[in-house]
Design a binder for this molecule. Structure first.
Ligand SMILES: NC(=O)c1ccc[n+]([C@@H]2O[C@H](COP(=O)([O-])OP(=O)(O)OC[C@H]3O[C@@H](n4cnc5c(N)ncnc54)[C@H](OP(=O)(O)O)[C@@H]3O)[C@@H](O)[C@H]2O)c1
Length: 277
């Protein structure tokens, strides 16, 4: 097994020597890769073939001097996790972050081909399931390791305009909760993250509006730090104070009011209106 260089930190011992980050070329996944490397782990950084991945990998390597393996894979492909498994076969992986996800944009469920919904499910749901099923047995065998999935306030209720995205984010959270129940007694720390607005290139390019006073959003590196600081402490972490405040408000709502609140929030954020009946 190849081992990654780095200081003998407790964190690195528990979750290293290697981590795999799905969706690591920019935004939250890149921040995870950077923070994991800062904590002494080698990082396998997965994203679609693009110059951005090589640049992100070079930046992590230069900043921390740790081993970094960029892996170019489209995670919506059926054989994507098999490809990641092949590349990591000789690496002692102790941590998995399933970050890649997101929605292409708001839009009504019936106004798009079903292939768009299927791609969202493949990226947000199938890839994490397959990756967890592949890597978790190694963590169980070692009696230590960690997994993060990434959910969203958008997964707390269904919403018009983001029907499948919201459903997929609910899936990611419940997946983490179930894995936590099964794996915590076997030494594996599973954490489902609930995020509000995070100022990633994807979100900033999506046309989402921010109210800098009410809900400015978090920076990706703050998300990665808070997530990794809370591994092992609890099954779910709602990240950031403002996200926790909104989460608490939404959690108190009856289902119908929650759906209406999320739908209104999504329309306001994207300046989107359902185009008639
Ligand atoms: N940003 C927010 O405000 C926010 C809020 C709540 C939850 N989240 C969740 O946080 C996660 C990360 O979101 P993000 O805003 O950082 O951006 P993102 O668009 O999900 O991109 C994150 C990473 O995923 C990679 N990726 C996207 N599609 C891929 C595919 N088909 N195959 C392989 N890699 C792929 C991207 O790289 P390439 O494009 O180079 O492949 C990028 O490295 C998602 O799960 C999202 O649902 C984000």
């Amino acid at each position: 097994m190849a081992s990654a260089p780095g200081p003998p930190l407790d964190f690195a011992h528990r979750y290293g020597p290697w981590a795999v980050v799905l969706g690591a070329s920019h935004g939250i996944g890149a921040a995870f890769a950077d923070e994991l490397a800062r904590r002494g782990l080698g990082v396998v950084m997965v994203a679609r073939p693009d110059d951005g991945l090589a640049e992100a990998a070079a930046a992590v390597r230069a900043a921390h001097g740790t081993a970094v393996e960029p892996v170019e894979v489209d995670l919506t492909a059926d054989d994507a996790i098999a490809a990641v498994a092949a590349v990591t076969a000789d690496l002692d992986v102790g941590f998995l972050a399933c970050v890649a996800g997101g929605t292409e944009s708001v839009g009504r469920f019936l106004d798009h081909p079903v292939a768009r919904a299927e791609a969202l499910v493949a990226l947000n749901c199938l890839a994490p399931v397959r990756a967890c099923h592949h890597f978790a047995p190694r963590f169980v065998a070692r009696g230590r390791g960690g997994i993060c999935t990434v959910s969203s306030l958008a997964g707390m209720f269904g919403s018009d305009g983001t029907v499948v995205y919201s459903a997929a984010k609910a899936f990611d959270l419940v997946l983490a909760q179930g894995l936590w129940a099964e794996l915590a007694p076997r030494g594996v720390d599973v954490l489902g993250l609930v995020l509000g607005n995070v100022r990633t290139p994807t979100l900033l390019a999506s046309g989402a509006r921010f109210d800098p006073d009410a809900f400015p959003g978090l920076e990706p590196d703050a998300v990665a730090r808070e997530a990794l600081d809370h591994l092992g402490a609890e099954p779910v972490r709602v990240v950031g104070e403002e996200t926790r405040a909104i989460h608490d408000l939404l959690r108190g709502l009856p289902t119908r009011a929650g759906i209406e609140a999320l739908s209104a929030g999504m329309r306001a954020q994207y300046g989107w209106e359902p185009p008639g009946p």
